[in-house]
Structures are given as C-alpha cells and as structure tokens.
Design a protein around this ligand. Structure first.
Ligand SMILES: [Mg+2]
Length: 170
C-alpha cells in the first residue's frame, strides 16, 4: 500500500537504534518542517543529542526538505551537522535520490525517511521503496488548505493500519 507508513512514531526522537537495526536501516533522510522544527522554527527538544547518539551508532543522515527557504534549512543542517537537500519536491523522487547519493548507501531498503506528512514524505519514500516513518506534526498548521490535507491524512491512516505492514507488501 503506497500510502501506508512502515512505522509510526509520536516524534522523531522516539526512534531507537534497535528499531533501526531490526529493519536493517543504515541511513536516515529527515524532513524539517514540523518534524524537526516547529512553525516558530524552534527545534524539537533533544534532537541534537538524538542525532549525535545515532551517529555514534553508525547511522548516516541527510535532510530532504520540500522548503524553498535555503537559509532556513541550511541553519538546521548546520545545527545538526548533517548535509541537506532543500526544495526536494517530495513525493517526486528527485530530492530523495539526491539525498541517497549524498548518503552513499547503495540499497534504498536500507534508508529510512522520517517526516510528518503522508502525501509528501510517506508517498515519496514508498515510491522509492525506502522505509517510511511517519511522525505526528510538531504543531498544527494554520492554513486552511493544510487542515484539509490533515483531515484527509487521518482518513487514509484509519484505513491503512501500519502495524503489520512490511516493505514487501507496499
Ligand atoms: Mg514536514
């Protein structure tokens, strides 16, 4: 199921090294808006420590954000000391492919993408046959169009229970 996340967590820092190892994940591609920073551009508490710990365990990182605001994404990348791709146009494969090249990991199935949106993050990731991890958004979005999108996401998520979904079933 193309819209079913392989895994769901409350927030990115809930992901453990054991969860990644169980799923043969060697590298992670990270969304930024509402996954790492909130609408006020404040980073999620503990994110830097979480990244450092994961790096110590050998996990590689790259940001792939759909944001066109290069400076904003660059600032987050610098804070976390990881490379980035901005304007990555998820759910197309363009930015995710660029991030994969930066990561230098050969097999897509060994790469997880973490993001808060079903129709960009999860859809793009599943199209790439990478491992999709959906988080709750850090804060509710203000725009009406996004609220509509969220409602739709909730409906879809109700239908696609992610509990027993494996990559092979996508
Ligand atoms: Mg996002």
């Amino acid at each position: 199921m193309i819209l079913a996340p392989n895994m769901r967590v409350n927030k990115i820092t809930d992901i453990t090294i054991d969860m990644l190892k169980e799923n043969n994940i060697q590298a992670m591609i990270l969304d930024v808006d509402n996954t790492i920073i909130n609408l006020d551009k404040e980073p999620l508490e503990g994110i830097k420590e979480w990244i450092d710990k994961m790096k110590d365990s050998g996990i590689k990182f790259c940001i792939a954000s759909n944001s066109i605001k290069k400076e904003k994404i660059e600032k987050v990348a610098e804070m976390l000391q990881i490379p980035y791709v901005h304007f990555s146009i998820k759910p197309t494969k363009i930015g995710l492919k660029r991030a994969k090249n930066i990561l230098g990991v050969q097999n897509n199935e060994n790469i997880a993408e973490v993001g808060d949106q079903l129709f960009t993050d999860v859809l793009g990731t599943n199209r790439m046959k990478m491992f999709s991890i959906l988080t709750e958004p850090l804060c509710e979005e203000k725009l009406k169009i996004n609220n509509l999108k969220r409602k739709l996401e909730k409906k879809v998520l109700k239908k696609v229970s992610s509990h027993n979904i494996t990559k092979e079933e996508n």
